[in-house]
Design a protein around this ligand. Structure first.
Ligand code: COA
Ligand code: AMP
Length: 640
């Protein structure tokens, strides 16, 4: 049998115009493109330039016109609110989205304007995103776990005309009023939105500011439906901010045409689902997984998607995912390995799986962090289904490497997300921009151009785009992941090459946390590293050196900085541990040896770097880490 993956891969690299041009026929175009790949302004490649489309039309209206109007488009399943379940057919979704597009237009939003969406996992978040797409406005969803300060930074960069939010979010055991966070962010930001639209939730309704805040339900009741507006394929659909190496996030831009073409293609070819199937990404609309696989991918393909407001455990138990899969006949589940580690911790024998009918469940996909072989094995054994690790980034919008189940399933190798997906010319490079032999570790890069659906640039910042991704390895996109490729072409992702850490599948910048710590008046110097954690993959740990003459106790200062990170970045940073040290280990040129500190914390063998200024500091770091349960204490635990 021909290997359809090999065929697709080879064609996508040798003849990208032919390959993606054919794939693009699956989308309804108002006007077809002039060029499939437009390389007239390198390194800014564009896909389908000259094409005119509307993403909302392709995700919603098109399916109603094709006879799917009565099929469920979105199922809202919210165990956190005590078991609310609501289904929206494609026809109902079309009506709601068209009306909310009318609300936005009435609030002055036009093509090209930005709208920030700061919402919990409720269907209105999806409706707001699609409504923006409908009128050609650019949405920027901000994850609900971020604090006011992070929201303010994004408001300043995106300069939204309108912000759509809700009165509260709900986390286990607590209701989080969003309105004070939103008001705080607007106060802090220099760029003020003209209007906000607020979904009032019964768990904690909020006061509205007269003249600025609109009530979602009232605005919808009187709204006029708005039609889909034609946009250029290369016009931006959304901006999604993601952690960079500093506290200033990067505004990843996604276009309309290439994004639709790529995502729709992945639904069959990577995930092996058909229109009409139920596809569930248990993530959040605030992350790229939520954009691509709660909203756009499944809807573009005519699937039913699930908006799940709950956790893998505790809502009410570790059987929550199996309940959703059986109740809604989910064919494919996509989540982060951390969710499975949480389930495994609470139900190690997977007993709860037996309580549900999973007969329609086809495969599990994991991403957001490396799937550790233990978790992979557990999930494979307990579910008796393919468990597919796939590797991608906010920037890429879809998988760089995957086991393309709809093309040609390959044997799974634990620790590897399998092979480069079609469209991705992956190379492992050394510092001289040369490919390293198979099996050797290097910087994983993608030979330009990137395929459709990836970032064409950063919002209002072409320079940072080039600097961050293209400068270091000329002719390539630098993923900032290091790893290797084996003789069969399987990719292994080993570590980030920058200071990004991955906490419970959430991407965070240790540099951003250091900026917060450094603002404490008693802190002279600091470092934050990510240490290995059994549940969340990594957890941040802070090291602080105090100024001379400080009178506060170490404990007080540590609780100050923990609170500061929670207030200024958000609870999602999970920054709960810090130690006070006399000094930080540095190279003679003054660079903090974060990598060595991380190895000490993780109990790995480490060599004292030749460039270290004073090797006597390393035992001090070991001692400090021991006081919070890392390093030596772990070694003793392992020995006993
Ligand atoms: N709004 C407000 N706060 C939020 C939030 C949101 N949308 N999401 C998380 N938080 C808070 C949590 O309540 C928690 O607060 P706490 O410190 O007071 O307990 C904190 O942020 C850290 O949250 P999280 O990292 O999610 O940890 P957790 O201990 O609550 O749950 C898991 C652990 C593994 C169950 C959870 O991380 C999970 O479900 N992960 C799935 C991963 C995922 O969806 N990744 C997205 C990419 S695919
Ligand atoms: P994000 O932009 O939040 O999706 O985070 C992207 C980063 O998460 C990548 O650069 C990797 O470091 C890590 N990552 C995501 N998926 C995987 C995976 N399947 N295997 C290993 N690392 C992953």
């Amino acid at each position: 049998m021909p290997d359809r993956y090999e065929e697709a891969y080879t064609r996508s690299i040798d003849d990208p115009d032919g390959f993606w041009g054919e794939v693009a026929e699956d989308i309804t175009w108002i006007k077809k493109w002039d060029k499939v790949l437009d390389d007239s302004n390198t390194p800014f490649y564009r896909w389908f330039s000259g094409g005119v489309v509307n993403t909302c039309y392709n995700a919603v209206d098109r399916h109603v016109e094709a006879g799917r109007g009565d099929q469920a488009a979105v199922i809202y399943d919210s165990p956190i609110t005590g078991g609310t379940i609501r289904t929206y057919t494609y026809r109902e979704l079309q009506d709601l989205v068209a009306r909310f597009a009318g609300v936005l237009a009435g609030a002055g939003v036009a093509k090209g304007d930005r709208v920030i969406v700061y919402m919990p996992m409720i269907p209105e978040a999806v409706i707001a995103m699609l409504a923006c797409a409908r009128i050609g406005a650019v949405h920027s969803v901000v994850f609900g776990g971020f604090a006011s300060n992070e929201l303010a930074v994004r408001i300043n960069d995106a300069q939204p005309k309108v912000i759509v939010s809700a009165s509260c979010g709900i986390e286990p055991g607590r209701v989080i009023p969003y309105k004070p966070l939103l008001d705080g962010a607007i106060d802090m930001a220099e760029a003020k939105p003209e209007k906000t639209v607020i979904v009032q939730r019964p768990e904690a309704p909020c006061e509205l500011t007269a003249g600025r805040d609109l009530d979602w339900a009232e605005a919808m009741a009187s709204a006029q439906p708005h039609d889909c507006v034609p946009v250029e394929a290369t016009d931006p659909l959304y901006i999604l901010y993601t952690s960079g190496t500093t506290g200033i996030p990067k505004g990843v831009v996604r276009d309309n045409g290439g994004h639709m073409v790529a995502l729709k293609w992945t639904m069959k070819n990577i995930y092996n689902v058909e229109p009409g199937d139920v596809y569930w990404a248990a993530s959040d609309v605030g992350w790229v997984v939520g954009h691509s696989y709660i909203v756009y991918g499944p809807l573009l393909h005519g699937c039913t998607t699930i908006v799940y407001e709950g956790k893998p455990v505790g809502t009410p138990d570790a059987g929550a995912f199996w309940r959703v899969i059986s109740q809604h006949k989910v064919k494919v589940l996509f989540t982060a390995p951390t969710a499975f580690r949480a389930i495994k911790r609470d139900d190690p024998d997977g007993k709860l799986i037996g309580d549900y009918d999973l007969s329609g469940f086809q495969a599990l996909y994991l991403a957001g962090e490396r799937t550790d072989p233990d978790t992979l094995e557990w999930a494979q054994t307990k579910l008796d289904r393919p468990v597919i690790d796939h590797w991608w980034q906010t920037e890429t919008g879809w998988a760089i490497a995957a086991n393309c189940m709809g093309l040609h399933p390959y044997p799974v190798k634990p620790g590897s997300p399998t092979k480069a997906a079609p469209g991705w010319d992956l190379r492992v490079l050394n510092d001289e921009n040369e490919e390293v032999p198979r099996g050797d570790i290097g910087a994983i890069c993608v030979k330009l151009p990137l395929p459709p659906g990836t970032l064409p640039t950063l919002w209002n910042n072409d320079e940072r785009y080039v600097e961050s991704y293209l400068d270091e390895f000329p002719g390539y996109y630098m993923t900032a992941d290091a790893g290797f490729m084996d003789d069969d072409g399987y990719v292994y992702i080993m570590a980030r090459t920058d200071d990004i850490i991955n906490v419970a599948g959430h991407r965070l910048s240790t540099g951003g946390m250091e900026e917060v710590l450094a603002r404490h008046p008693d802190v002279a110097e600091c470092a934050v590293i990510g240490v290995a954690d059994q549940l969340k993959g990594q957890l941040p740990v802070g090291f602080i050196c105090l100024k001379a003459g400080v009178t506060k106790s170490n404990d007080e200062i540590i609780s100050d900085v923990v609170r500061m990170v929670r207030d200024q970045i958000g609870a999602v940073a999970a920054f709960k541990q810090a130690v006070v040290v006399e000094r930080l280990p540095k190279t003679r040129s003054g660079k903090i040896l974060r990598g060595t500190m991380q190895k000490i914390a993780d109990n790995q063998d480490y060599k004292t770097p030749a460039t270290i200024d004073d090797p006597a500091i390393l035992p001090e770091i070991e001692d400090a880490l021991e006081t919070i349960g890392y390093a030596k204490a772990r070694a003793q635990a392992a020995a006993s």
